[in-house]
Ligand binder design. Structure first.
Ligand code: AKG
Ligand code: FE2
Length: 258
């Protein structure tokens, strides 16, 4: 389950290039060469330079804003009992773009899958990748520290307007850096504020159309807790889109799209 040997063995800080070929709603070139740079080993975290064009980002934001005429939903805030963290977004609105409704979106998802999950037994889009979630944060909106599990083995997060600042406080941290208690992580030492100095890795200074990809599980299907992350307070309006990939057990494979 999970990462290819090629991506796993890449030293941190190095890059490789992959060809992608898709067209989102006729908004951009078919072929593109994407630089994939490794930002950390634990979790395996990658920056994808220019996987979308700025024009394609506009198409996605526009689609999210006019989704069937429905307004974006305001994300709920849920207090997880304790004052240390709220496991939800603050100051944001979101919607979903079904993968089958936008030309090229399925192709994008399929090609990302082929690069990042080559060992998965098959690719059945309706089972292995969720629809595209598009989120808008107001200035100062944020997503407090959390882990994307369960079931989501790979997260691919597209930065649509060049505002990023996704923080991975435990990236490449020594074992035991985080504390896991009674099934929950103690996040007390990691408040997602903009004025602390940030340990680990912060995905920052991206261009519209750059993305990050990271694995939430080890190959043996145990959870990679070092993948916890937060969306730091947005410095201005922030737009992201996310595809979450799931493991598909072999018995679920069908011939369709496999
Ligand atoms: O906004 C960000 O930078 C992170 C978003 C995130 O972690 C999520 O949507 O699961
Ligand atoms: Fe997340």
């Amino acid at each position: 389950m999970g990462i290819s040997e090629e991506l796993d063995l890449m030293p941190k800080g190095t890059s490789l290039h992959k060809e992608f070929s898709f067209t989102l709603e006729n908004a951009g070139p078919n072929n593109r060469t994407v630089e994939i740079q490794k930002l950390s080993q634990r979790p395996p975290l990658f920056l994808l330079k220019g996987i979308l064009t700025p024009q394609e980002c506009e198409v996605l934001m526009d689609c999210a804003l006019h989704n069937n005429g429905e307004p974006l939903q305001v994300a709920k805030t849920r207090n997880k009992g304790g004052t240390n963290f709220t496991d939800y977004r603050v100051g944001s609105q979101m919607t979903w773009i079904p993968n089958y409704t936008m030309q090229g979106l399925k192709d994008l998802a399929r090609q990302v899958h082929a690069t990042f999950l080559p060992h998965e037994p098959c690719f059945h889009p309706r089972e292995s990748v969720e629809d595209l979630q598009v989120v808008h944060y107001d200035p100062d909106g944020r997503y407090n520290l959390h882990h994307d599990a369960t079931l989501r083995i790979l997260t691919v997060l597209y930065y649509l307007n060049g505002v990023s600042d996704t923080w991975f406080p435990c990236a490449d941290a020594p074992e035991g850096r985080f504390v896991k208690r009674q099934g929950a992580i103690d996040f007390a030492n990691y408040s997602a504020t903009s004025n602390t100095s940030h340990s680990g890795v912060v995905a920052s200074q991206v261009q519209p159309g750059d993305a990050i990809a990271f694995y939430n599980y080890f190959q043996d299907a145990t959870i990679e807790w070092n993948a916890i992350h937060a969306g730091l307070p947005a410095t201005s309006d922030k737009w992201i889109a996310t595809h979450w990939y799931h493991h598909v057990a072999p018995r679920q494979c069908t011939n369709e799209n496999s």
